[in-house]
Design a protein. Structure first.
Length: 185
């Protein structure tokens, strides 16, 4: 069984990116579980002063535990002002520390998403890949999916009912699962 932890870079309840993440979960192939981790909303801004025994926030402990239990991470993110959403960047900071004990180090990470603009959030996706790479993750640079025009495209259709999106997500998940097998080998 392969377990993929899914992080969504949007906190909005009706987020298209959250719907895309849920669509990936619904269409997980046999032998693969995907679980959306909603706890990044509860992480305080990273501060080394509180990342010590006795002061470490429970949200950080739970997040690191979820990362530890995952074989890979799939990030589904929008673009905020041309870059990575703050909540996602903060999660990366928590994932990468403490130095030498990172739960993201070497772990396969794929980044996809959707945005209203014509490029589908590629700037945010590129910045997210960069940040995870610097944090030590095994970033899957060739696994990409940017869905443009999300507000219009999904105005009346949920991503789970968009055959093209479902097929693209299947390819993404297959590539992520394959990366876990090559890491294990």
């Amino acid at each position: 069984m392969t377990h993929v932890l899914v992080l969504v870079g949007s906190l909005r309840a009706g987020s298209t990116n959250k719907q895309i993440a849920e669509t990936a979960v619904l269409n997980a192939p046999e032998g693969v579980t995907l679980s959306v981790y909603d706890g990044i909303a509860h992480l305080p801004f990273y501060n080394e002063d509180i990342d010590v025994d006795g002061a470490r926030p429970e949200a950080a402990v739970a997040f690191r535990s979820a990362l530890s239990g995952a074989d890979a991470v799939l990030v589904v993110t929008p673009e905020h002002n041309g870059t990575i959403p703050a909540v996602l960047k903060n999660a990366i900071d928590w994932a990468s520390r403490p130095y030498g004990e990172s739960q993201i180090s070497g772990k396969p990470v794929a980044v996809i998403g959707s945005a209203f603009g014509q490029f589908g959030g590629v700037w945010a996706q590129d910045e997210t890949r960069k940040s995870f790479g610097i944090a030590g993750a095994n970033v899957l640079e060739d696994v990409k999916l940017a869905i443009p025009g999300s507000v219009v495209r999904f105005a009346e259709v949920h991503p789970k009912d968009d055959a093209e999106v479902v097929a693209q997500l299947a390819e993404v998940v297959s590539a992520v699962v394959a990366s876990t097998r090559s890491v294990a080998a």
